[in-house]
Design a protein around this ligand. Structure first.
Ligand code: CA
Length: 229
């Protein structure tokens, strides 16, 4: 399902570099979007928010620095990891000095394997379950690689939708997710599902999580959605 695949937006005006990056990211199982300038990048980001942006510094129209600043100023996009590419290390120093909020910097010419490692590292931070990590919350443990969920000593049997729902919650405990955001993340935006479906599956998830008598860790936030803890 596309919603579970890590999504990387590449903003790079040099076609050859853009294609090499996209090819390598897709070979790693990531979904990519590509923009050839800053304006297109901002548009794609609003339409289909990525988990990570690989952003070139030197771009026609809006510069990489300006894009990065806008991403980090907007609460809706602040959580997207930005890896800035620049031609010279002095530029990297300048980006740091400008406090654009970029999460990482790579100097051109870079090795593709190095850049892939940086992308994976950012994904581990922003989307831990997509890179096969084990998540814990209180006495609940979720292993994204083996799809095993336990609470205390008990192994819990979750359906695929409940599993994705729980992994989304466990990636960011405390974060309030609206029903629409959960639909995007858990079901994928290509499928039409009624928002009430979210309530049904949250109900099922709660039932399994509390089947052995533990407290219900899922919080209903009136008028907003759901949160874990
Ligand atoms: Ca460029």
């Amino acid at each position: 399902m596309s919603a579970q695949q890590p999504h990387v937006l590449i903003v790079e005006d040099e076609p050859a570099q853009r294609e090499v990056l996209a090819y390598n990211l897709e070979a790693e199982g990531f979904r990519t979007s590509r923009a050839e300038d800053g304006e297109e990048g901002l548009m794609l980001m609003a339409e289909d928010p990525p988990d990570v942006i690989v952003l070139d510094w030197m771009l026609p129209s809006v510069s990489g620095i300006e894009i990065c600043r806008r991403i980090k100023m907007n609460p809706a996009t602040r959580g997207i990891a930005v890896i800035m590419l620049s031609a010279r290390s002095e530029e990297v120093d300048r980006v740091r000095g400008l406090e654009t909020g970029a999460d990482d910097y790579v100097v051109k010419p870079y090795s593709v394997s190095e850049l892939m490692a940086r992308v994976r590292s950012q994904l581990r931070r922003v989307r831990p379950t997509t890179v096969g990590q084990v998540l814990t919350f209180d006495d609940i443990m979720l292993d994204a690689e083996t799809h095993r969920v336990t609470r205390g000593d008990a192994t819990l049997k979750l359906g695929p939708t409940e599993f994705r729902l729980l992994s989304t919650f466990m990636e960011k405990p405390g974060r309030v997710w609206s029903r629409d955001q959960l639909l995007d993340r858990v079901w994928g935006r290509d499928i039409y599902v009624d928002t009430r479906t979210v309530d049904v599956h949250v109900g099922r998830l709660r039932k399994v999580l509390t089947q052995n008598g533990g407290d219900d860790p899922v919080r209903t936030v009136r008028g907003a959605g759901y949160a874990l803890g």
